[in-house]
Write a protein that binds this ligand. Structure first.
Ligand code: PLP
Length: 385
């Protein structure tokens, strides 16, 4: 349901409506004022959401060519399923994209399943998970479910993964989870830094598995940042996970994968059900991987929105680490819940609490420029700026 201008004025005030109109006149993207009724875990719904900046999805959606192939794919192929006709080609496409072979790839219905499988494969009551704090919390949850110890390692003063501390914690551990770029702090390490940490861990603790989660890597612009696929192919027990849910704009299609040595992929793949990918996922994925020009546009657009949004908070006196993702982590100097509830009451949903930083930091996903211009009216009001 789109918001009418009258409804927008009621919620955001005339200033917000002016921004909205200006955005329409100069033609930013498509209409994004969708109302959602559901909400992400940990939030307290107080009414319909007009602008959703809570789950790091891509509000620009997938490339038009992906949508086109989904519309035009011969429907009779959907009747064939054991295996779906294009599934092997999808695996090949992922392998080629990653500089690997098909035997180095496992696919899953969303990369979240890979994370679960990784913990199941490498952790146990006497083999700990080592992870940053705060970081993406699903591995932590899985470890707790199987009663594996969790060594939480605080991020450093710049809110980056503390690689030295993670190395120290890794000795004898089951799995080290390196979220790079890190969710929620939005920071990234260079390939050289990650490689050095991974090699050190593997030298000191050869049995420890290492998962590098690259869910947001497409958005990293820091020189020297990049995928660790090559290192994963070289070292046993080291693997990367990637997803189509973020920069590819296909979160609702549920597609993810991991790259590593065949024995490592076998161990992870056997530890947990990774789901069964279907024909539409396969053709969407094959097309998305070919859409390199669109991906460059997507990265540029995200950076344009990110620079503007971070600039606005900076002007108001609120700092955030230099984001390398499609979200920002802002020191709002008050509890995230207060900010979140106040924004939510005005139709803008922002991220959940991220302990131990929930007393001062809020995570805000980046939508379209139009989304952010409209949400900024609310942020300014809520922060009294
Ligand atoms: C760091 C990170 N890894 C993995 C995932 C899982 O995403 P998906 O299962 O959609 O691939 C997310 C989702 O937000 C994430 O933030």
């Amino acid at each position: 349901m789109a918001l009418s201008r009258r409804e927008f004025v009621r919620r955001f005030g005339a200033g917000g409506a002016a921004v909205a109109s200006a955005a329409h006149i100069i033609g930013y993207g498509r209409e994004e004022l969708l109302a959602f009724t559901g909400e992400a875990q940990g939030q307290r719904p107080t009414g319909p959401v007009a602008i959703r900046l809570s789950s790091n999805e891509n509000m620009r959606g997938p490339s038009p060519k992906v949508l086109e192939i989904l519309r035009s794919h011969p429907s009779k192929d959907l009747g064939l399923g054991y295996p779906p006709p294009n599934l092997a080609a999808f695996k090949e496409a992922i392998a080629t994209f990653s500089g690997a072979k098909a035997e180095n790839v496992i696919m899953s219905t969303g990369s979240g399943e890979i994370l679960t499988a990784a913990v199941m494969a490498y952790c146990s009551p006497d083999r700990a998970l080592v992870t940053a704090d705060p970081s993406y919390s699903s591995p932590n949850g899985t470890a707790r479910n199987i009663k594996a110890p969790v060594k939480l390692t605080p991020v450093d003063a710049r809110l980056r993964l503390d690689l030295e501390a993670l190395i120290r914690g890794a000795i004898g551990a089951g799995l080290v989870f390196l979220c790079n770029p890190n969710n929620p702090t939005s920071s990234v390490h260079t390939m050289a830094d990650i490689e050095s940490a991974v090699r050190t861990i593997k030298t000191r603790s050869p049995e420890t598995g290492i998962l590098i989660d690259e869910a947001y890597l497409e958005y990293a612009t820091l020189p020297g940042s990049g995928t660790m696929a090559k290192l994963a192919l070289e070292l046993p027990g080291v693997f990367i996970s990637r997803t189509f849910s973020k920069a590819y704009g296909l979160a609702g299609m549920r597609m993810g994968y991991a790259i590593g040595q065949p024995a490592t992929m076998d161990k992870v793949g056997r530890a947990w059900g990774l789901g069964s990918l279907n024909e539409l996922q396969a053709i969407a994925g094959i097309t998305a991987l070919k859409e390199t020009v669109h991906m460059e546009w997507e990265k540029g657009e995200n950076k344009r929105v990110r620079d503007w949004t971070q600039g606005q908070f900076k002007e108001m006196g609120y700092s955030s680490p230099d984001s390398q993702t499609n979200f920002i982590f802002v020191n709002i100097r008050k509890p995230a819940v207060q900010f979140r509830d106040a924004c939510r009451a005005q139709g803008v949903a922002v991220g959940r609490d991220f302990p131990p930083m929930e007393k001062t930091y809020a995570r805000i996903s980046l939508g379209t420029m139009e989304n952010m211009q409209q949400a900024m009216v609310v942020f300014k009001k809520v922060l009294g700026a």
